[in-house]
Design a protein around this ligand. Structure first.
Ligand code: FES
Ligand code: MG
Length: 569
C-alpha cells in the first residue's frame, strides 16, 4: 500500500478534527481499533419499504458487514435515496440522476476507502454505478436478486410481462377482472426484483458481465442463501480491492461496455440498458455512442426468459446464470479487468449449462440475431431503438399511416374508443414522453393496443415514441426517438395520416412528408408549458441530455476524483 488511505484524512488525525470524526462514531459502540487505519468500507444501501424490489437488502448488508470485518475492514452502512420503479410518479427514471448525485456526494463527503453498492430495482443499479464512477474509489455491486417465480393457478407468471398480457386479455374480454386481481398476489411472492429479464435483471447481468460484481450475482434468487453468502464474499473482496486500489476506472473500460452490449443481446436484455450504459460511459469518459449498441446485433438470443422467451429468472439461475452465458459467447468477449483483478473470461471458467432449454447453446439459439437495433431517419435524426427479440418479425419492416397521440392523456382518453380510426397497419405515435416531456422519460412506449383491435385478436402493432418501455414489455415498439418532441425533434411535427416507414434491417425510421411541409409545421410549433417549475424536477428538465446521450444531466457527465480538503469544523 503506497497511497495513503482516504479515510486517514478523517479518522487518522490526532487533533480536534480527528477527535470529532471518531468520537461521534463511537456513540455506536465502535471500539478504538476500528479506527486503527484499517480500510473503511461504505455500504451504500437503497433499501426502502417503498422499493419492494430492494426489501432484501438489509439482510445482505449484514452479510457484507460480516465479510468486511472478517477481512480486517470496518463496515459502515449508509442510506441513499431509493427508487421504487412501481411506486414513484411520474417515473422513477426522473430520479435516477438524483440518486446518482446522492451516491456521488455521499461517497465523496464521507471518510470511506471503498464502497459496496446494494441495489436492485431498475434505476437503483445504474444510479449507484454512475455516482460511484464519478468519485472513482474501489466499488463493487451486490444486487437484490430476483423474486421467486410468480405462481398462479399452477402456472409460472412473470413480473410485468404477464401484467401486460393479462391486462390486454381483460380488455379483450378473455379474462375476468376478478381473475386479474387474484393473480396480483401470486406474482410477487418474495423479496427481490422482477423475475423476468426486465431492466433490474438486465442491469444486474450487465454489471456482472462488466466485472463490477462477483460472478453469479445477477441471477441467484433474492432469498437464496447463496446470495447471502455472495454478499459475505463481496465484503471480504472489497477490503482487498482497497488494498489493491482497484477502481471503477480500471474496470469500466471501452471493452467492458462492449462486453455488456454483447451480453445484453445474449440475455435478451432490456432496451433501458441503452440509456444506462450511455450514462455510465459518460461518467468514466468512455466514448460510447448509440451506434455502438449495435455491436450486439449478430449475437444470438440464448436466454429463454420473458419477455423475449418463456422462462423466469429462477430457472435462469438454476440453469447456470450469467457465467454459463459468458461461456457461450466467450469467443466474442473483449479482454477486460474485473473486481477480482483478473480477466472477465475467468467468470465463465468451468461454467456449465444445466438446462439447455433455459440457456440455449450457441448451436440452438432462441433467435439467431437478437441485439438491439438503432433506427435513424428524418423522424429520429439522433436515433431511436427497437428490440427485435421482443418484436413481431413481420412488423419490423413496415409502412403505415400514423395515428398521433399528442399527449399521454389523449392516449388514455381515446385508446378504448370503438370508433378510433385505426387498423392493424396503423403506426401509433405518442409525443411528449421523452426526458424533458413527461418529464423523466417514462415507460409508456409500449402503448396499449386499441381496444377495438384487441377484440379482433390483434396483439402487436408498430408504435413510435420518445418514451422508454419497461424491460418486461414486448412488441414492435420503436423507443427513445431523439431529439424528443418537447425538445423540438421532428416527432413533434407528425400528424395523423402521415406515412411512416420502419425498417429494422436497414436501420430506418422515416416520416414520408416533404421538407417544405415539415418546415411549415415547424414554424407554428410550440413546446408544451412545463409541468414542473421548481426543485429537482426543474433542474432535471433544464439540464437533461437526450436519450442518445444517456439522459444524464449535462453537469454530471465526467468525474471529480480530487480529495476533499476542507474540514467540517
Ligand atoms: Fe423493481 Fe421490476 S419493478 S425490479
Ligand atoms: Mg421498469
Amino acid at each position: 500500500m503506497t497511497k495513503p488511505r482516504r479515510s486517514a484524512a478523517w479518522y487518522g488525525k490526532l487533533d480536534k478534527d480527528g477527535f470529532i470524526h471518531r468520537s461521534w462514531m463511537k456513540n455506536q459502540g465502535f471500539p478504538d481499533h476500528a479506527f486503527d487505519g484499517r480500510p473503511i468500507i461504505g455500504i451504500c444501501n437503497t433499501w426502502s419499504e417503498l422499493t419492494p424490489c430492494n426489501s432484501g437488502l438489509r439482510v445482505l448488508a449484514e452479510a457484507v458487514k460480516r465479510g468486511v470485518w472478517e477481512a480486517g475492514g470496518f463496515p459502515v452502512e449508509f442510506p441513499v435515496t431509493s427508487l421504487g420503479e412501481t411506486q414513484m410518479k411520474p417515473t422513477a427514471m426522473l430520479f435516477r440522476n438524483l440518486l446518482a448525485m446522492d451516491v456521488e456526494e455521499c461517497i465523496r463527503a464521507y471518510g470511506i476507502d471503498g464502497v459496496v453498492l446494494l441495489g436492485g430495482c431498475d434505476k437503483t443499479t445504474p444510479g449507484q454505478v454512475m455516482g460511484a464512477a464519478s468519485v472513482d474509489i474501489p466499488s463493487i455491486v451486490v444486487s437484490s436478486g430476483p423474486m421467486l417465480n410468480g405462481k398462479w393457478r399452477g402456472k409460472d407468471i412473470g413480473s410485468g410481462t404477464d401484467v401486460w398480457k393479462f391486462s390486454e386479455a381483460v380488455r379483450a374480454g378473455d379474462m375476468t377482472l376478478q381473475d386479474f386481481m387474484a393473480a396480483e398476489s401470486g406474482m410477487s411472492r418474495s423479496a427481490g426484483v422482477c423475475m423476468t429479464m426486465g431492466t433490474a435483471s438486465t442491469m444486474a447481468s450487465l454489471v456482472e458481465a462488466m466485472g463490477l460484481s462477483l460472478p453469479t450475482n445477477a441471477a441467484l434468487p433474492a432469498v437464496d442463501a447463496r446470495r447471502t453468502a455472495l454478499a459475505h464474499h463481496t465484503g471480504r473482496r472489497i477490503v482487498e480491492m482497497v488494498e489493491e486500489d482497484l477502481k471503477p476506472s480500471d474496470i469500466l473500460t471501452r471493452e467492458s461496455f462492449e462486453n455488456a452490449i454483447l451480453t445484453n443481446a445474449a440475455v435478451g436484455g432490456s432496451t433501458n440498458a441503452v440509456v444506462h450504459l450511455l450514462a455510465i460511459a459518460g461518467r468514466v469518459g468512455v466514448d460510447l455512442t448509440l451506434a455502438d449498441i449495435e455491436l450486439g446485433r449478430d449475437i444470438p438470443l440464448l436466454v429463454n426468459c420473458m419477455p423475449s422467451g418463456k422462462y423466469l429468472m429462477e430457472d435462469f439461475a438454476y440453469a447456470g446464470g450469467v457465467p454459463a452465458v459468458l461461456a457461450q459467447i466467450r469467443a466474442h468477449l473483449r479482454p477486460a479487468q474485473t473486481v477480482l483483478g483478473g480477466d472477465i473470461s475467468a467468470y465463465s471458467d468451468g461454467a456449465e449449462i444445466f438446462n439447455d432449454d433455459v440457456i440455449r447453446p450457441l448451436s440452438n439459439p432462441v433467435k439467431p440475431a437478437a441485439g438491439l437495433r438503432v433506427l435513424r431517419g428524418n423522424l429520429a435524426p439522433d436515433g431511436a431503438i427497437v428490440k427485435p427479440s421482443a418484436a413481431t418479425d413481420a412488423l419490423l419492416e413496415h409502412e403505415g399511416l400514423a395515428y398521433v397521440f399528442e399527449t399521454i392523456e389523449q392516449l388514455k382518453a381515446e385508446i378504448d374508443r370503438e370508433d378510433l380510426p385505426v387498423t392493424p397497419d396503423t403506426v401509433l405515435v405518442l409525443k411528449g414522453c421523452g426526458p424533458k416531456g413527461y418529464p423523466g422519460m417514462p415507460e409508456v412506449g409500449n402503448m396499449p393496443i386499441p381496444a377495438k383491435l384487441v377484440k379482433q385478436g390483434v396483439r402487436d402493432m408498430v408504435r413510435v415514441s420518445d418514451a422508454r418501455m419497461s424491460g418486461t414489455a414486448f412488441g414492435t415498439v420503436v423507443l427513445h426517438v431523439a431529439p424528443e418532441a418537447q425538445a423540438g425533434g421532428p416527432l413533434a411535427l407528425v400528424k395523423t395520416g402521415d406515412r411512416i416507414r420502419v425498417s429494422a434491417s436497414r436501420g430506418e425510421l422515416t416520416l414520408l412528408v416533404d421538407d417544405a411541409e415539415l418546415a411549415t409545421r415547424r414554424a407554428s410549433w410550440q413546446p408544451d408549458p412545463a409541468h414542473y417549475t421548481r426543485g429537482y424536477a426543474k433542474l432535471y428538465v433544464d439540464h437533461v441530455l437526450q436519450a442518445d446521450k444517456g439522459a444524464d444531466l449535462d453537469f454530471l457527465v465526467g468525474k471529480d476524483t480530487r480529495p476533499v480538503t476542507r474540514e467540517s469544523h
